[in-house]
Write a protein that binds this ligand. Structure first.
Ligand SMILES: C[S@@+](CC[C@H](N)C(=O)[O-])C[C@H]1O[C@@H](n2cnc3c(N)ncnc32)[C@H](O)[C@@H]1O
Length: 250
């Protein structure tokens, strides 16, 4: 099994410190209020280090997070607010003895499901864990933009008072599989001692066209209520990297 988010988890919050989790949580909260007001119980797939969960808890939601990486859950548990629980499990096979108003999966978690089998099982599993009329809100890489913009090599450098992290991302495109394998080479330097740690991780990301998502919805008994660019709410286009879909259980 792919061991990503193991060492990466230790630097995850630093690498994404510029990501506006509060704005994203407000955005999703607005969607929930628009499409299923009075929702309270949320299952979050790929809950990571629990940043969204904490912000949703502050808004009065109860969050049950499912996350495959025990290291990410460990970090999430250290900062956990009230009405939040995390389970280390795979989103395609988890079981919780409860049904929820809302399922969320944020920051391209669904794009980590490269195989049709895992996708179908995940969407069926979400369906089972939602109440009738419950929503599944998720964002994925958008094929039209991947073809038009073409992923390139990128470098990101961040530091705090203790460490400095350089992350080189090298994408390998698999056009026949709708997958871009993002290869991260990460170098961490301890600022005080100067000690360097180097490691690599592969993050194979699948991208989706709207017709593929429509087929997935049909096959797993969801209705698509809406799709739009994540956060900006623009209509998806060749410039839209992340599309947010709102599914309703039928
Ligand atoms: C890019 S991170 C997003 C984390 C979090 N949602 C956020 O916004 O910061 C993707 C997360 O999905 C998790 N993940 C990927 N595939 C998974 C699977 N099949 N089951 C459970 N978690 C998964 C990874 O371990 C990782 O924590």
């Amino acid at each position: 099994m792919l061991q990503n988010f193991k060492l990466y988890s230790q630097y995850y919050d630093l690498l994404y410190q510029d990501k506006d989790y509060a704005l994203e949580t407000d955005y999703i909260d607005q969607l929930i209020k628009q499409y299923k007001p009075q929702s309270k119980n949320v299952i979050e797939l790929g809950s990571g280090t629990g940043k969204h969960a904490n912000l949703f808890s502050q808004k009065g939601y109860h969050i049950y997070g499912i996350e495959r990486s025990a290291e990410m859950v460990n970090i999430a548990n250290q900062n956990k607010r009230e009405n939040i629980e995390f389970q280390v499990a795979d989103i395609s096979t988890f079981e919780v003895d409860k049904q929820f108003d809302i399922a969320l999966s944020l920051f391209h978690v669904i794009s980590y499901l490269n195989r049709n089998q895992d996708l179908i099982h995940t969407f069926q599993n979400v369906h089972r864990h939602l109440k009738q009329g419950g929503l599944f809100i998720f964002d994925v890489w958008h094929s039209a933009a991947v073809h038009a913009l073409v992923p390139e090599k990128r470098t990101k450098q961040l530091s705090n008072e203790k460490i400095s992290v350089i992350r080189n991302a090298k994408p390998i495109i698999y056009p026949e599989q709708n997958v871009v394998e993002v290869n991260y080479d990460i170098e961490v330097t301890d600022i005080e001692s100067g000690t360097r740690t180097v490691f690599s991780e592969k993050h194979p990301m699948r991208h989706f066209s709207k017709p593929e998502i429509e087929l997935l919805a049909f096959a797993t008994q969801f209705e698509i209520l809406h799709s739009e660019e994540f956060l900006t709410q623009a209509a998806p286009s060749v410039d839209t990297w992340g599309v947010c879909y709102i599914f309703k259980k039928i």
